[in-house]
Design a protein around this ligand. Structure first.
Ligand SMILES: Nc1ncnc2c1ncn2[C@@H]1O[C@H](COP(=O)(O)OP(=O)(O)OP(=O)(O)O)[C@@H](O)[C@H]1O
Length: 321
C-alpha cells in the first residue's frame, strides 16, 4: 500500500503539488487524472524520489520512503513512461532483465523470468533476442511493462503509459492491464489525462487540478454522485457512455416493468450484461421489446422504452445516495 500525507512541492515558491494526501490499498489501481500541467507527473515522481517534496511524507507498506536508500527504493518500484525508454542496443531479454541483473539474480532465474514475462505479455519467446527497433510500438510498450515488473515490485508507477499507442493497440493493452493475473498483486498508480482510460483502469480515480486533489472516488461514485462541479465538467460529454458502461442490466431490473411477450422483434439480454450500452443502443433501433434471461432461464420481457426509463430512474437514485 502507498500513503501520501500532506505532500507539497514548490517551484519558484509556488506550489505545483499542494497539500496532497492519498491512500492506495495493496493491489489496487489509483488513477491520477487531470489536464496538462496540473501536477500529476510531479506527484508520481515524488513516490520514487525522482523529485523530493518540500513538505509531507510518503509511506510504502508503512515505511517512510526517505528512510530507504534511493537506489534500493527504485528497484522495488516499477516505472513505465509513455516514451518507453527501452535501451536500443540491448536485446529484449537484456532490457527485461535490467533490474534482476542489478540485484544479481542467477542467469537461470533471469532467463526463466524473461520467458515467463514474455508469455504473460502475449509475446512469442523468440522475441527475447530481438532489439527494440524490431518491434512495433505496442510490443515495445509491453516490453516496457515487462521490464518494470521483472523483479516483482510491489508498486508500479505508470505515466501516460499507453498515450503514444494507436487506439486499437491501446485498448488491447488496457484490457490486458485490467485482466492479466500478473498485475493483480501489484499496487498501481497511473497518470493520464484521458477520462475514458481513467475510468476503465482505476479502482479509484483522483481528479487533480492546480496541484490539488479535487475529488478521489470509485469511477461509479464520480460518475453518478460527484460532489464537485469540476469533476462533472472534466468528465463532460463522456459522462453518458461512461455511465452506461458502469451499469449492468440486473441493476436496472428493479425499476423495470416486466411484460408478456408481444413483439416479433425480440433480442435476448442477459442480466449480467455489462456494459449496459448494447441494451441501451436498442432504444435507437427497430426493436420494441427484449427478452431478459439470467443463468436459470427466462426472467421476462420488457419494452425498450421501459428499459430507457428505468435506466434514468436508476441514475437518479444513484445520484442521491
Ligand atoms: N523542474 C521544474 N521547474 C519548474 N516548474 C516545473 C518543473 N517541473 C514541472 N514544473 C511545473 O509544474 C507544473 C506541474 O507539472 P507536471 O509535469 O507535474 O504536470 P502534469 O499534470 O504531469 O502535466 P502533463 O500531463 O503535461 O505531463 C507545471 O506547471 C510545470 O510547468
Amino acid at each position: 500500500m502507498v500513503e501520501l500525507v500532506n505532500i507539497t512541492k514548490l517551484y519558484h515558491k509556488k506550489p505545483v503539488v499542494n497539500d496532497v494526501s492519498l491512500f492506495v490499498p495493496r493491489g489496487q489501481t489509483l488513477v491520477l487524472l487531470g489536464k496538462s500541467g496540473s501536477g500529476k507527473t510531479t506527484l508520481l515522481k515524488m513516490i520514487n524520489r525522482l523529485i523530493e517534496p518540500d513538505k509531507g511524507s510518503i509511506l510504502i507498506d508503512g515505511e517512510n520512503i526517505t528512510n530507504r536508500p534511493v537506489e534500493e527504493l527504485r528497484r522495488n518500484i516499477g516505472f513505465v513512461i509513455q516514451a518507453i525508454g527501452l535501451f536500443p542496443h540491448w536485446t529484449v531479454a537484456q532490457n527485461i532483465a535490467t533490474v534482476p541483473t542489478l540485484i544479481d539474480w542467477s542467469k537461470d532465474k533471469i532467463s526463466s523470468r524473461v520467458s515467463e514475462l514474455l508469455e504473460h505479455m502475449g509475446l512469442p519467446l523468440h522475441f527475447a533476442s530481438r532489439y527494440p527497433h524490431e518491434l512495433s510500438g505496442g510490443q515495445q510498450q509491453r516490453i516496457g511493462v515487462a521490464r518494470a515488473l521483472a523483479a516483482n515490485p510491489s508498486l508500479l508507477l505508470m505515466d501516460e503509459p499507453f498515450g503514444a499507442l494507436d487506439p486499437i493497440i491501446r485498448k488491447e493493452i488496457q484490457s490486458d492491464f485490467q485482466h492479466l493475473g500478473i498485475f493483480k498483486e501489484v499496487t498501481k498508480i497511473v497518470v493520464t489525462h484521458d477520462v475514458k482510460e481513467a475510468f476503465y483502469l482505476g479502482d479509484e480515480v483522483a481528479l487533480i487540478d492546480e496541484g490539488r486533489v479535487i475529488e478521489k472516488a470509485t469511477p461509479r461514485n464520480l460518475l453518478f454522485n460527484s460532489i464537485s462541479d469540476l469533476v462533472r465538467s472534466f468528465i463532460g460529454e463522456d459522462a453518458w457512455s461512461l455511465k452506461l458502461s458502469e451499469i449492468a442490466l440486473s441493476e436496472v431490473i428493479a425499476f423495470l416493468p416486466l411484460t408478456e411477450s408481444y413483439a416479433d422483434e425480440v433480442l435476448i439480454c442477459h442480466t449480467d450484461e455489462k456494459p449496459f450500452s448494447r441494451v441501451f443502443s436498442l432504444t435507437n433501433s427497430d426493436h420494441q421489446q427484449v427478452k431478459i434471461v439470467d443463468n436459470s432461464g427466462l426472467v421476462g420481457h420488457a419494452s425498450v422504452a421501459d428499459l430507457k426509463a428505468s435506466f434514468l430512474k436508476l441514475e437518479s437514485q444513484l445520484a442521491v445516495h
